[in-house]
Design a protein around this ligand. Sequence first.
Ligand SMILES: *Cc1c(COP(=O)(O)O)cnc(C)c1O
Length: 392
Amino acid sequence: MISQRISQVSPSITLAISAKAKEMKKQGLDVIGFGAGEPDFDTPQHIKEACIKALENGITKYTPASGTVELKEAVREKFLKDNGLEYSIKEIIICCGAKHALYNAIQVLCSEGDEVLLPSPYWVSYIEQIRLAGAQPVVVRTTPETDFKVIPEILEEQITPRTKLLILNSPSNPTGSVYSQEELEDVAAIALRHNFFIISDEIYEKILYDGLCHVSIAALSADIKKKTIVINGLSKSYSMTGWRIGYAAGHEGIIKAMSNLQSHSTSNPTSFAQTGAVAALTGPQEVVGEMVREFARRRDHLIKRLGTIAPISCTRPQGAFYAFPSIRKVLGRRAMNDSMSFCDALLEKEKVAVVPGEAFGHDDHIRLSYATSIEHIDRGLDRIARFIEGLS
Ligand SMILES: *Cc1c(COP(=O)(O)O)cnc(C)c1O
C-alpha cells in the first residue's frame, strides 16, 4: 500500500521512549525528562506582539512562495552582521523551519545514487532526508577523543567520484561540539579539492559557551561560499520552534531550485510568523544572551554532576543544549546490550527519560538535553546515579 520510497524511512526510534514517558506521566508518575529538543523558554514578548499586530493588520494571505522580501532583507542583514557573509536577496529562501530548508536543499542537490558524507553522531533527520532524495548516506564516524569532530584524513578516505555533498552541524546536536576556524578550513580545503558541496546547519550558532564565537564555513573564502548552503532558523535562538521559520542561503541557482520545489509543495511559510521573524532578527538581541547564560549555568551543573558518576564519561559541550555521555562501560550488565535497552530500563526503573544514542548512530551513548531547570537536572541525575549504582 505504501510506496517503497516512504516505506524505507525508519520510524523515529526516539518516539518509542517519549511515547512511553508521556504515557507514564499521564498515569500520574513523576517522570523526569531529558529528551527536550527545544528551549524551555517562551518566545520573547516583542516577537509575539509583532505577530499579533500582523494578524490584526490582515497579514493573513499568501506571500511569495520563497518568503517575504522584508524577512529576506532581515536575513540578509543578519548574515552580514553576524557572519560577515554577503548575500543578495536572490540567494536567500525562507522555509517552514530549518528542517524544511534542509529537506529542500538535499532534494535539489542530490540525484539517485549520489553519496552524502555524514559525520556521526548525526541529527536523526539528516539520514532519512538523504535517503528520501535517493542518495546514499556515507557515515563518517567520529569519537569523543577528537571531541566528535572529523579527522580530515579519515573524511578524505570516504570520498568517491559520487560524493556530492557533506553535511556539517556546528554547534552539534547531539554532542554540543563546535568546530574551530582552523578545523573548518581543513574541511573547506577538502571540499574544494574534491569539488563537493557542503550543507552547513548552523541552527545553534547563537547558543555557544566559554566565549566562543561562531564561524560559518561559508565565510572562509569566496570559493567555499559558492559550494556551501548555509541553513539556519529562528527555532533555537529565539525559542520559536512552533513558528516554523527557517532559512537557507547559497548559490542563486540552488536557491532558485529550492524555491521552485517549495512553490509546489508547501508554498510560503506562514505569513504572520514571517512578520514575527522579522521582529526577532531586527529587534533587541539581549533575550538571546540571557537564555544562553542560563543554558551555560545548566551545562556546568550537568557536566559537573555527570563527572561524579564513575562509569559514565562525557565530552564538554561548547554549544547547543545537549550532552552526549558514553554508557559503554555499563553496557552488557543486566542484559542491557544497547542504548535502547539502557533507556528503556532507566525509564522503567527510575522514571527518567533520555534519548538512546542509536538515534544518532552511536549505540553506546545517550543524549541528555539540558533545556530543563537545574532542579530537574539534579533530581534526574540523582536517579541516573542510583540506577547505574544498582547495575554493578
Ligand atoms: C532543531 C534542529 C533543526 C530544525 O529546526 P527547525 O527550524 O525547528 O526545523 C535542524 N537541525 C538541527 C541540528 C536541530 O537540532
